[in-house]
Design a protein around this ligand. Structure first.
Ligand code: G4P
Length: 528
């Protein structure tokens, strides 16, 4: 029997932001509240530096450490919270997209001075596509920044989100006095760097003179702004939030632990418990008794002598148990796991059982790739873990003829981990690696050399995009294949992709072959 109580108390989410908005700081403060860490700074040291791209050695070094922060579980007021870490470095955007498939909601952090930044736009777009409920935390109110109305406007326009503030700032920067919680109708006064969380002062009616005593001239501004805000923004309705239509907004300062507890308290109450997932045959509900789950992330071992990896499975339904045979659908094989791990309160431990919403790390010697499904025997594949058309491409060439096998194996395994995508020219047989960021090319080269003892070099290719394609019009498809044969490659699954060398050639192909549909994510069946 699935424990309904265990499902109901779980909250699995990710914090997303543009680098430097305060994701790491906020994560750390949440962990402090959960008693998962004792001192500030513990998570910080795990952060992947996001400055120069030449920092990839540093990224490599930190890769090992970041296993620990991939998933952070902790208990808070009866809730089991799982925070999934997303890489800050923009070159790892695809990792972040995939992580978003494993969460049930997200918190978006925005820097009050910088407003909505490009990476936030991209990530929120993915959340919107998936209808993931979003909460917004506007951070760094202790610094001068944009006016609250202006910022909310910007969020609505750039992120295409309807918003409703659940707290309202009183001043900002040097005149920041606190926030008024519109949800609980309480005023929280700001004290810089105070780790002590004081209970808000209840003000159901903002017209009372005590407010002027506390806030001086800022009281009148607060009254006006709250009145205006309540006129402009819709009332908060939980259903609208849960269906991804409206994002509640909070203001605070993560560094000063201000506004964080309020965010967390509202979050645990309103954020969705584990939701089910769509598969190719049916929708799988969390409360179903049989275990199902999917792999959304694979982490390579840092030790080059051990090529084992940790595959992260998100549990969708049932109860996952240690040492139990589960069915690996793609391989049509049963596997059992003697030492599944989880990170609770930053400690790695063996889990005996885990429930929907939980993330478990499975020791893997090369059986898994991203998107794999595990069940108790049912044949189904979870959807929603697509590959995206990469943005940068290079030919990969073997640089040590004696080690061709090692190179092939290395490339194969790195692709399974989702580091990049491999396409093989249908006629030329040439291998093309596609990535979202330039850094991955260096990472691949380095890892091939250090983990697989193989050498590769890259050669330039003029390539704008890869597009998967299908058509019901057989003659048109055949004509396209014949004429564009030199521009057709196979992805790792053996599916055909069109290699468009420029936006123009893509447009031409689309115009000339109107019955052929081109897709920029690999999961195009879902759109049909
Ligand atoms: P990220 O993970 O989103 O990249 O951001 P991170 O938490 O690392 O925060 C980026 C910078 O912003 C850090 O400063 C952090 O201390 C600061 N910060 C976070 N929250 C607040 C806040 O509420 N107010 C103010 N004033 N600053 C905040 P840094 O100088 O880059 O790092 P560090 O040297 O302090 O570690």
């Amino acid at each position: 029997m699935v424990n309904k109580k265990e499902i109901a108390r779980r909250r699995t989410f990710a914090i997303v932001s543009h680098p430097d908005a305060g994701k790491t700081t906020l994560t750390e403060k949440l962990l402090l509240f959960g008693g998962a860490i004792q001192v500030a700074g513990a998570v910080k040291s795990n952060k992947i530096k996001k400055t120069a791209t030449s920092d990839w050695m540093e990224i490599e070094r930190q890769r090992g450490i970041s296993v620990a922060t991939s998933v952070m579980g902790f208990e808070y007021e009866g809730y089991k919270i799982n925070i999934l870490d997303t890489p800050g470095h923009q070159d790892f955007a695809e990792d972040t997209f995939r992580t978003l498939t494993a969460v049930d909601s997200v918190i978006v952090v925005i820097d009050v001075a910088k407003g909505v930044e490009p990476q936030t736009e991209k990530l929120v777009k993915v959340c919107r596509m998936r209808k993931t409920p979003i909460m917004v935390f506007i951070n760094k109110l202790d610094r001068p920044g944009k006016d609250a109305f202006e910022l909310l406007d910007e969020i609505e326009q750039k992120l295409h989100l309807k918003v409703t503030p659940l707290s309202w700032p009183v001043g900002m920067g040097s005149s920041f006095k606190g926030v008024y919680n519109l949800y609980h109708r309480a005023l929280h006064l700001f004290k810089p760097s105070s780790q002590v969380i004081e209970k808000g002062i209840q003000f159901t009616d903002l017209s009372v003179p005590q407010l002027d005593e506390l806030l001086d001239t800022a009281a009148e501004t607060l009254r006006e702004e709250v009145e205006l805000a309540q006129g402009v923004y819709p009332e908060f309705k939980i259903d609208e939030y849960l269906s991804g239509n409206i994002a509640p907004v909070f203001f605070g300062s993560a560094l000063n632990t201000f506004g964080v507890k309020e965010l967390l308290d509202v979050f645990v109450k309103i954020a969705p418990p584990p939701t089910g997932r769509e598969s190719d045959v049916r929708f799988v509900k969390p409360e179903e008794p049989a275990f199902t789950g999917f792999i959304f992330k694979i982490h390579a071992n840092m030790d080059p002598n051990h090529r084992d990896r940790l595959a992260f499975v998100r549990i969708v339904s049932g109860t996952f148990k240690r040492n139990t045979l589960y069915y690996h659908v793609r391989l049509n094989r049963k596997l059992k796991f003697a030492s599944p791990t989880a990170f609770m309160a930053q400690k790695k431990s063996i889990v005996e059982e885990a429930f929907p919403g939980d993330i478990v790390g499975l020791h893997d010697t090369g059986n898994f790739k991203i998107g794999d499904t595990l069940t108790e025997g049912e044949i189904l594949h979870f959807k929603g873990i697509p590959s995206f058309s990469p943005e940068l491409f290079r030919y990969v060439v073997n640089d040590d003829p004696m080690r061709a096998k090692q190179l092939a194996k290395g490339i194969d395994q790195l692709m399974d981990e989702g580091v990049a995508q491999l396409f093989t020219g249908k006629h030329t047989g040439r291998k093309i690696i596609g990535t979202v960021g330039a850094l991955q090319f260096e990472v691949i080269q380095y890892r091939l050399e250090h983990e697989y003892n193989a050498k590769c070099r890259y050669e330039h290719i003029t390539l704008h995009k890869t597009a998967w394609f299908t058509s019901d019009n057989k003659p048109q498809l055949e004509d396209f294949r014949a004429r564009k044969s030199s521009q057709i490659a196979l992805d790792k699954e053996g599916r055909e992709v069109f290699l468009a060398d420029s936006p123009f050639s893509l447009q031409m192909a689309q115009d000339k072959y109107p019955d052929i549909r081109f897709y920029f994510t690999s999961e195009f069946e879902a759109e049909d």
